[in-house]
Design a protein around this ligand. Structure first.
Ligand SMILES: [Zn+2]
Length: 278
């Protein structure tokens, strides 16, 4: 048990996080770029973020530019070819969440990441809700056919700058949510359900600034869950949190998950499916 705060945590924050987390029987986690930066996948919006340093690369993920401009698509395919996700391996923050899953305490893992590192770390895939999709699959913008990203990347390597859909000739892109696109309503509903049905909502490595992902933390608190935020930078939801832990996630998450489990007596809270609310 970590008696001392990990890193530079204020002592009261660490004590509150320990107490709340140790008694949580069902945790819903929401993860963002911060859990994957240690695995070599850049953050987009942080101080060292790709978009902060190079706003032009944001254009490559804007859906209207992608559809309108073949040059943008060609550039986007070149980016995908060299994406750090292909060689990345899960870090200790990913492994800590996998440990929580294996202990039977992870209700759901909502992620804004598209790198599949949570799946790689051994979290049960049925518990992972990919809010922004996955880089490992393609989708045709015309017929909706999905396929393997690696198969499309092989075509790019063989000389196709902008490989079209094999079924209909339409525009292919990664099965990720681009700027200007909405989240899949069924995926969002699953995330809301997970936010409502937990004892602790653990937001890790996310700036909580992108709607509607950010609103899940508030939804969870309004339903009675405790919110723990682990993020290097302050978030707009810090005031709602029972505890806010800064510092390196690679240290903070393993320490939190290693706390001995001391279940609360209260019954599990269950709010059902927001899609069925009157
Ligand atoms: Zn198609």
């Amino acid at each position: 048990m970590a008696e001392q705060p990990v890193g530079e945590q204020p002592h009261d924050q660490w004590a509150r996080a320990r107490e709340v987390f140790a008694s949580a029987r069902r945790v819903t986690a929401l993860t963002g770029a911060g859990v994957s930066t240690a695995s070599g996948i850049p953050d987009f919006r942080g101080p060292q973020g790709m978009w902060t340093r190079n706003p032009e690369s944001q254009r490559l993920t804007d859906i209207s530019a992608y559809v309108a401009d073949p040059e943008v698509r060609t550039l986007a395919w070149q980016r995908r070819l060299t994406h750090p996700a292909w060689d990345a391996v899960p870090g200790s923050a990913h492994r800590a969440l996998a440990d929580l899953d294996h202990a039977g305490r992870l209700g759901a893992l909502i992620t804004q990441n598209i790198d599949e590192l949570h799946q790689q770390s051994g979290v049960d895939a049925s518990r992972i809700i990919e809010l922004h999709g996955t880089l490992f699959a393609t989708i045709c913008l015309d017929c909706g056919a999905t396929g393997s990203m690696h198969a499309s990347l092989a075509r790019v390597r063989d000389g196709e700058g902008d490989p079209p859909c094999r079924a209909c000739g339409g525009i292919l892109k990664s099965r990720t949510v681009s700027f200007g696109e909405s989240l899949d309503p069924a995926v969002l509903r699953a995330a809301q359900r997970a936010a409502l049905n937990c004892d602790v909502f653990l937001a890790a490595g996310t700036s909580l600034t992108v709607a509607p992902a950010a609103g899940l933390a508030e939804l969870s608190v309004r339903a009675g869950a405790r919110l723990i935020i682990c993020n290097a930078e302050p978030t707009p939801y810090d005031a709602l949190a029972t505890a806010v832990l800064g510092g390196a996630l690679e240290d903070v998450l393993p320490a939190l998950v290693a706390e001995p489990f001391d279940p609360a007596d209260a019954p599990l809270r269950t709010y059902g499916d927001p899609g069925t609310w009157a």
